[in-house]
Design a protein around this ligand. Structure first.
Ligand SMILES: Nc1ncnc2c1ncn2[C@@H]1O[C@H](COP(=O)(O)OP(=O)(O)OP(=O)(O)O)[C@@H](O)[C@H]1O
Length: 536
C-alpha cells in the first residue's frame, strides 16, 4: 500500500516512470501479445488512434502507436502548460488514449472554491446520519450488552409514556451494531413471544433473499432471553434518521409565526409526492407478491421515508412469524395488501389515520383536493370487486406517471453524480497530506535539528511553507484553498513546472520542479517507514 501514496499514479506501469528493468518486463509481456486488448486494464488499448469504441480507424491502424506516457510532461494533457488561469483555461484537445491518472481538475476561481466539495445540504444530511449512527444510549437503561452478535443497543423510540404495541404485542425498536461486520442494524423486538415451532421462521428466509429499493431488507430473526423475557427479534437494514410516513406528513405540526401571527401549518401532501409514493409502494408490493410473499402490514407508521421522497416498506416478516399458526391462503393475504394500500392513500390524502372510519368523507376529500386518476386508483384498491385484483393492474392505471417517476429518479442520480464529481480528488489529497504529516517535524528527530534542515527534508520543509505559509505584501497569511489544491495536484503529478522556494530568513532560495519535490517526499517517507509497516 505504501506505493499507493503520492506515487499512486506513477506506480502504474507507465514506461515513463518505470525503472529500465521493470519497464522491459512490462513491455516484453505486452509486446508478445500486441493484439490482446484487456478491457479492464486502462493501459491496454488496442490502438490509441483507433476510432471510437475501439473500431479500426480509417487508416487501418497504420499510424504508429504512441505511448502517451512517453510524451514530455509539457505535452501531456494540459497540466503543465499555461492553461492554469482559472478563468480562461486553455481548451484541451483529446485523442483516444489510456485514462490519464495525472490529469486533475484545473484550479477554480477562488470564489468558486466551495465547488471542490459536495453541497452543504447533502453534507449536512450525511453528517447527521453518521452522527446518529454513532449515538449511544444513556447508561442505566438495563439493555443487554450483547445479543446474538449485536451490541451497543440504542432504543429508537421514547422509553417512557404509553407502551408501543405491534398488533397485540408490545414492541420496541433498537439500533445495534453487529460484531460480524461492524455495521449498524435495526432490531424490532416483540416482547413475551413464545416460539412454538421453528418453521415459524421459514418466511424470514424468503424475506432475507428479497432485495428491493423500496423494501427495508430483512437480515435474520431469532428469539432471545437477553431482555429477561422470551423475545422475538427481527433484524433489518438501518436507515439512520429515517422518518415514518406518519412522522413526515401526518403528525400535527406546531403552529408557526408568519407575518407576525401564529398560524397553523398545513400538512397537505402534494399530488406529485403522493404519486411518487404510490408508484414506489406499488413497485415494492409487486416484488413481494412476485416472491410469493405478502407484505401483511401497510401502514403510515411502518413505511419509512429514507431520503428525498424515497419510501421503503418496513417491519416485513414480523407478522408472518407472529401469525404462523393461523395458516392463511397467500392469495387472500395479497388481496389484503391491496386493500391496506388503498387505505394508506386515503390516510395520506386526508391526513388522518382514521380516514377509513368515514369512507364517504374520505372519498369527497380526495375528490376535492386530488386528481380523478388518484381517486380511481385508491377506489380500485379498496374495492371488494368479485374479480381477482392484482398489483399488475395498478400499473396499467398509472400509465405515463411511471415515466415521470423514472425521470425524477434519473435526475436524482445525475445530481448525486455531479456532487460526487466535486469530491473526486479529496481522498487522494488527504493521503498526500497525511504523508506530509508523517514527514514534517517528526519529534524523534528533535535532537537532530539537521534532520529537517538538510537534503530532501529541507526542500520539503520549504515546500510546505510555499504551499501553506505564504504571506501577502502586508504580511498577512494567504489562505487560498485553490493555491493549496493546485500545488498538491502538481506535486502528485510530479510536473516539471519549477517553483522558487525561499527560506524563512530569506537568506537562501532554491528553484526546484514539482517532480524533484515529489522525489524528495518519496525518499523522506521511505526513510520514515523503513523500520515500520506502512498501512496507508
Ligand atoms: N429500519 C429502520 N431504520 C432506521 N430507523 C427505523 C427503522 N425501522 C424503524 N425505525 C425508526 O424507529 C422508530 C420506531 O419505529 P416504529 O415502527 O415503532 O414506529 P412508530 O412511529 O413508533 O410506530 P408505532 O406507533 O406503531 O410504535 C421510528 O421513528 C422509525 O423511524
Amino acid at each position: 500500500m505504501l506505493n499507493a501514496f503520492i506515487s499512486d499514479s506513477s506506480s502504474e506501469p507507465s514506461s515513463a516512470s518505470l525503472p529500465p528493468s521493470e519497464k522491459s518486463n512490462y513491455q516484453e509481456a505486452h509486446d508478445d501479445h500486441p493484439d490482446q486488448y484487456d478491457p479492464f486494464n486502462p493501459y491496454s488499448y488496442p490502438d490509441p488512434y483507433a476510432g471510437h469504441n475501439g473500431q479500426p480507424s480509417e487508416d487501418d491502424g497504420q499510424v504508429p502507436v504512441v505511448n502517451p506516457y512517453d510524451l514530455p510532461p509539457d505535452q501531456m494533457l494540459g497540466y503543465d502548460n499555461a492553461g492554469m488561469d482559472p478563468y480562461y483555461p486553455t481548451p484541451m484537445t483529446y485523442t483516444r488514449q489510456p485514462l490519464n491518472y495525472h490529469l486533475y481538475t484545473l484550479p477554480r476561481p477562488e470564489a468558486l472554491a466551495h465547488k471542490y466539495f459536495i453541497s452543504d445540504d447533502i453534507r449536512e444530511e450525511l453528517q447527521k446520519r453518521s452522527e446518529t449512527v454513532h449515538t449511544t444510549a444513556p447508561a442505566g437503561l438495563g439493555l443487554p450488552e450483547e445479543l446474538q452478535g449485536y451490541h451497543t443497543l440504542v432504543p429508537l423510540e421514547p422509553l417512557g409514556g404509553e407502551r408501543r404495541k405491534f398488533g397485540n404485542w408490545y414492541s420496541m425498536v433498537y439500533r445495534a451494531t453487529s460484531s460480524n461486520d461492524g455495521s449498524t442494524y435495526v432490531l424490532r423486538r416483540i416482547e413475551n413471544f413464545r416460539l412454538m415451532q421453528q418453521s415459524a421462521f421459514s418466511n424470514i428466509e424468503a424475506w432475507s433473499r428479497l432485495r428491493h429499493s423500496n423494501v427495508i431488507s430483512v437480515h435474520e430473526a431469532f428469539t432471545t432471553r437477553a431482555f429477561n423475557d422470551s423475545s422475538l427479534v427481527v433484524v433489518y437494514d438501518d436507515h439512520p434518521n429515517a422518518q415514518t410516513l406518519y412522522e413526515a406528513h401526518m403528525k400535527p405540526k406546531p403552529p408557526q409565526y408568519q407575518n407576525g401571527r401564529l398560524q397553523a401549518q398545513s400538512n397537505r401532501i402534494t399530488e406529485r409526492t403522493v404519486w411518487s409514493y404510490v408508484i414506489q409502494i406499488a413497485n415494492a408490493i409487486k416484488a413481494v407478491h412476485d416472491a410469493g410473499l405478502a407484505v401483511r402490514l401497510i401502514d403510515p407508521t411502518k413505511i419509512l421515508v429514507t431520503g428525498k421522497n424515497r419510501v421503503r416498506i418496513g417491519s416485513c416478516g414480523v407478522v408472518d412469524v407472529l401469525t404462523h399458526d393461523a395458516q392463511t391462503d397467500i392469495a387472500f393475504l395479497q388481496q389484503d395488501d391491496l386493500t391496506m394500500f388503498g387505505a394508506l392513500i386515503f390516510m395520506l390524502c386526508c391526513n388522518n389515520l382514521a380516514a377509513m372510519n368515514n369512507m364517504q368523507k374520505a372519498i369527497d376529500h380526495l375528490g376535492r383536493y386530488y386528481s380523478a386518476d388518484l381517486k380511481s386508483v385508491a377506489l380500485f384498491l379498496i374495492s371488494k370487486s368479485g374479480s381477482h385484483k392484482n398489483i399488475g393492474q395498478l400499473f396499467d392505471m398509472i400509465g405515463s406517471r411511471l415515466l415521470t417517476e423514472l425521470d425524477e429518479a434519473e435526475n436524482a442520480v445525475d445530481r448525486l453524480e455531479g456532487e460526487l464529481m466535486t469530491e473526486l480528488e479529496n481522498a487522494r489529497l488527504v493521503r498526500l497530506l497525511c504523508k506530509f504529516g508523517f514527514i514534517n517535524e517528526r519529534p524523534e528527530h528533535n535532537h537532530e535539528t539537521r534532520w529537517s534542515e538538510t537534503g530532501d527534508r529541507y526542500i520539503i520543509k520549504l515546500f510546505r511553507d510555499y504551499v501553506f505559509h505564504q504571506v501577502d505584501e502586508m504580511g498577512r497569511p494567504v489562505v487560498n484553498l485553490t493555491h493549496v489544491l493546485a500545488c498538491l495536484n502538481k506535486l502528485d503529478a510530479g510536473t516539471d513546472e519549477r517553483i522558487m522556494l525561499v527560506s524563512r530568513d530569506e537568506q537562501s532560495c532554491l528553484v526546484v520542479s514539482y517532480r524533484e519535490v515529489k522525489a524528495c517526499i518519496d525518499s523522506a517517507f521511505r526513510c520514515v517507514t523503513s523500520s515500520t509497516n506502512a498501512i496507508i
